[in-house]
Design a binder for this molecule. Structure first.
Ligand SMILES: [Zn+2]
Length: 158
């Protein structure tokens, strides 16, 4: 799944679970569930060489920027508009938690030898990825993103 929907799911977790010690691991767990939703991303049906060459790394970097912008906007929204520093903190850690498995997988492209935890993370992610062709693979992610946005807006009363 793309990083922005993963981030939005993490932010939704942050807005409904008030205890950061529970919210953070749930946000990480929701990443793996998100990957089970049929989706298309820049790495769909590619080999390792295609992933690190051509337009794909640029597309990933661009989309990562969108995810970071989304998370940053949510943190600032919680901090200044909702005036809830605890929520802002949860938004920060859960926004990161929602994409951590992919960030760790990204290391795989640059590190040749992976240690135990990184290996397990990669293995789980490869097993759970459920690919869907365009446009359906994007539509599912728009639905996940829209639902997450509704959860966030519904649980944060200004
Ligand atoms: Zn993933």
């Amino acid at each position: 799944m793309l990083l922005t929907p993963h981030t939005l799911v993490g932010l939704a977790v942050a807005s409904v679970i008030k205890d950061p010690l529970i919210a953070f691991p749930v946000s990480v767990g929701m990443h793996y569930l998100g990957d089970m939703v049929p989706h298309w991303d820049f790495f769909s049906n590619t080999n390792e060489e295609q992933r690190v060459s051509g337009w794909r790394p640029l597309a990933v970097a661009g989309e990562l920027s969108l995810a970071v912008a989304t998370g940053t906007a949510a943190v600032l929204y919680a901090l200044w508009l909702v005036n809830d520093p605890a929520l802002a903190f949860r938004m920060l850690i859960c926004g990161i938690g929602g994409v951590i498995p992919d960030l760790l997988s990204g290391l795989k492209m640059y590190l040749k030898d992976l240690n135990g935890l990184l290996k397990i993370n990669n293995h789980i992610q490869e097993k759970l990825q459920f690919q869907a062709p365009l446009p359906w693979g994007i539509l599912t992610q728009l639905l996940v993103s829209g639902f997450s946005a509704l959860v966030i807006l519904g649980s944060i009363a200004l």
